[in-house]
Ligand binder design. Structure first.
Ligand code: ATP
Ligand code: MG
Length: 188
């Protein structure tokens, strides 16, 4: 499961857990993106912070792990490169790329889109506010799943932190404390 994870929240964790259970996956590898200068016109937290929050959030689940492939690669993150690197590290594994309805809708515009489906099976999960549609996606390489609706976004968590509202129970406890410890999300 790839993401910016700035910060990781319970929407990500529920989606991963549901996909793993429904598709009988052995492991979910969370892959925080490398460092974009900006995303949606805002500054993204340092990759190391996003990586560590992802480690904290997933530490208690024996089938959740975190990969540094994107954090350690220079330049913008393309899912194609992520999958090539993971495939090289795990040549015997079948890869499934878990993604939310909003991201799935953009897949066809991603770099090397047609080659993505050779590298992994794509799993699109429901996300409140975004329609889950497989229009234009190869049927045998994409599975759509309904997961319990969690109307949580990282954007909302950042805005809440900035305006002094709590993020308790939207993100794992250790992530609440990590955000406070490093004073993340104070500025736009
Ligand atoms: P931002 O608001 O900064 O874009 P985000 O909440 O969308 O953050 P990302 O790191 O961009 O989080 O998302 C990583 C992946 O998780 C994407 O594929 C996204 O669609 C999916 N995702 C994020 N939030 C949810 C949610 N509440 N339910 C299901 N999927 C989600
Ligand atoms: Mg997003």
């Amino acid at each position: 499961m790839g993401g910016t994870f700035d910060p990781i929240h319970h929407g990500h964790l529920v989606a991963a857990s549901e996909a793993a259970a429904l598709l009988d996956l052995d492991e979910v590898v969370f892959v925080p993106t490398g460092q974009p200068y900006r995303k949606d016109d805002r500054r993204v937290s340092e990759a190391e912070h996003r990586y560590l929050m992802t480690v904290i959030a997933t530490a208690s689940n024996p089938s959740f792990t975190v990969s540094r492939v994107d954090v350690d690669r220079d330049g913008p993150t393309y899912t194609y490169d992520t999958l090539v690197d993971l495939d090289a590290q795990r040549p015997d594994d079948d890869l499934f790329f878990i993604t939310g309805a909003d991201a799935l809708a953009q897949i066809l515009s991603w770099k090397d889109a047609e080659k993505l489906f050779d590298l992994a099976h794509f799993v699109g999960v429901t996300r409140p506010g975004h329609a889950l549609s497989d229009a234009g996606l190869p049927e045998d390489r994409v599975t759509l799943l309904n997961v319990p609706a969690m109307a949580i976004s990282s954007t909302d968590c950042r805005q809440r932190t900035r305006s002094g509202q709590p993020v308790w129970y939207l993100v794992p406890d250790g992530v609440v404390q990590y955000i406070g410890k490093y004073d993340l999300y104070k500025e736009q």
